[in-house]
Write a protein that binds this ligand. Structure first.
Ligand code: FAD
Length: 230
C-alpha cells in the first residue's frame, strides 16, 4: 500500500532523536522499518509553546501489506478508535492543570491584601474558588469512571467525548477564574497563570473540536431516545 497525505503533528526535532531511536530498535529487534516523512516549519502558536508543532507530509510512502493496520481504505475507523483513549488522556491533562491552578489561586488569595484584608475573605473570590473546586470534582469523577470502563474494555466513545468536552471547557473556565483571582499579576508573565490561560485554549480544538464531541454525544443520545443506560 502507498500513502500520500499531510498531518499536523508534533514530530518536533525528530531528526535529532532518530539516530538514537534506530540504534535502540536495532538492539531490540532485527526487522526495522523506517517511514520517512517531510516535516514542515515550526508553527507559531498562541500556547503550548513547550511542544513543537509542524505539519508532516507523506509522499508515496510504501507500507508492506503485513504492516497495514486494519483493512485498506478503513484507516479512518482505526484512527477514530485511537481517539477514545486520547480524549480520556486529554481530560486527565485538564484535571492536573486545573488542580495546579486552584492551588496557586488559593495560596495567592490568602496572601494578597486589599482594603485591609486578604482577598480570600471576599465572597466574590470564595465563590470563584468554590466553582473551580466543584468543576475539578466532576472532572476527576468522570475521568476515573471512564478510565475504569476503558480498562474493562467497554465501549467508551460517548463517555470519552463527554470527558473531552467537559474537561476542556472546565479547564478554560478555571484558567480564566485563576487569572482573575490573581488580578493584574495574573496577566503578567512573572506568574504562570497567563501561560495556563493560553495553553488551555487548544484543548477545545485538538483531539477533535468540541463541536465534533457534541455531534458524537448527541448522535448517541438521539439513537437511544434520550435514555441514559450506562
Ligand atoms: C497545536 C496543534 C497540535 C495538533 N496536533 C495534532 C496531532 O498531533 N495529530 C493530529 O492528527 N492532528 C493534530 N492537530 C490537528 C487538530 O486535531 C485539528 O486542528 C482539529 O481536529 C480541528 O480540525 P481543523 O483545524 O481542520 O478545523 P476545522 O475542521 O476546519 O474546523 C473549523 C471549525 O468548524 C467546526 N466544524 C467543522 N466541522 C463541523 C461539523 N461537522 N459540525 C459543526 N462544526 C464543525 C469546528 O468545530 C471548528 O469550530 C493539531 C492542531 C494544533 C493546532
Amino acid at each position: 500500500m502507498k500513502i500520500t497525505g499531510q498531518l499536523v503533528c508534533g514530530p518536533g526535532e525528530a531528526d535529532r532523536y532518530l539516530e538514537e531511536t534506530l540504534r535502540e530498535f536495532k538492539r531490540l529487534c532485527d526487522d526495522v522499518i523506517v517511514c520517512l516523512c517531510n516535516a514542515g516549519p515550526k508553527e507559531k502558536k498562541l500556547g503550548i509553546r513547550g511542544s513543537i508543532t509542524n505539519s508532516i507530509t507523506f509522499e508515496n510512502v510504501e507500507v508492506p501489506n503485513e504492516n497495514v493496520i486494519g483493512t485498506d481504505g478503513k484507516g479512518f475507523l482505526v484512527a477514530m478508535n485511537t481517539l477514545d483513549a486520547g480524549r480520556l488522556g486529554l481530560g486527565a491533562c485538564c484535571l492536573g492543570a486545573s488542580k495546579e491552578i486552584l492551588e496557586l489561586s488559593t495560596n495567592y488569595s490568602k496572601q494578597r491584601k486589599q482594603f485591609g484584608d486578604t482577598i480570600s475573605k471576599f465572597q466574590a473570590i470564595q465563590f470563584m474558588l468554590a466553582e473551580m473546586a466543584a468543576k475539578i470534582y466532576a472532572m476527576e469523577s468522570m475521568i476515573y469512571r471512564t478510565a475504569h470502563n476503558y480498562d474493562a474494555r467497554k465501549e467508551i466513545s460517548q463517555e470519552s467525548a463527554i470527558v473531552k468536552l467537559f474537561c476542556s471547557e472546565s479547564m478554560v473556565e478555571i484558567a480564566d477564574k485563576g487569572l482573575q483571582i490573581h488580578g493584574g499579576m495574573g496577566f503578567s508573565r512573572e506568574l504562570p497563570l497567563e501561560r495556563f490561560y493560553r495553553d488551555a485554549r487548544i484543548l477545545k480544538i485538538f483531539e477533535g473540536t468540541n463541536e465534533i464531541q457534541k455531534l458524537i454525544i448527541s448522535r448517541n443520545v438521539i439513537k437511544k431516545n434520550g435514555r441514559w443506560s450506562k
